[in-house]
Design a protein around this ligand. Sequence first.
Ligand SMILES: *Cc1c(COP(=O)(O)O)cnc(C)c1O
Length: 256
Amino acid sequence: MSDLSADGALIAANIETVKQRMAAACARVGRAPESVTLLPVTKTVLAERLRAAYAAGGLRQCGENKVQEAREKAEALADLDLSWSVIGHLQTNKAKYVARFADAFQALDSLKLAEALERRLEVEGRTLDVFIQVNTSGEESKFGLEPSAAPAFAQALAPFERLKVRGLMTLAIFSAEEAAVRACFRRLCAVQAEIREATPGAQVDELSMGMSGDFEWAIEEGATLVRVGQAIFGPRPLPDEHYWPGLGSKREKETP
Ligand SMILES: *Cc1c(COP(=O)(O)O)cnc(C)c1O
């Protein structure tokens, strides 16, 4: 076995391990294991490693924080049957790229961006699954809507025919304190309930919350989609500040 295919097999095995941990978390709270999807987060992971993980049978979806990095990999791996989710903040002038190749966008937090995406999706003749990002941590460095603004925002998205709202996304507070992290996840559930009350029939079933360090707590609190990078691909070379500009303190929790 080459180094690369051994690496691909290891990644596939890590994905299985994470799935087992997800199933165990589901079992603890009486949820069906199929009620939670794993989105592997592939930022900083080279395309050739992703190709090897695909060949090993483990990888079918990729979550990327930065659109430029996502585009490059989607092009390099265009021959594979991979779906791409952009999970990080997007500038309006880059909406065209997301409209071209992404299957989902998880960081929608402004109408200006919704308009830009809609316009570009029309040009491309495509639709896009979107998640409304909510700031449940109160941390200023995090993007996302204030929880109180989310119901009106969800309502305002109704006319956008090419944006298929699937649910909500959040990043929990950067803290080793379990109660503080869980409070963020609960806040997202509460926002979902408020949206449903304000707009009966609103399609916000998906709750994208939980990462390597906290996905089990997120599942226990109701996550339907977890975004997991380092527990699958190993530690990242770049600090998290690169992805969340302005992040003051580094995450205290260690991820495997
Ligand atoms: C990087 C990232 C993740 C995954 O973080 P890990 O610690 O690698 O699991 C999840 N969500 C977003 C928005 C990210 O940028």
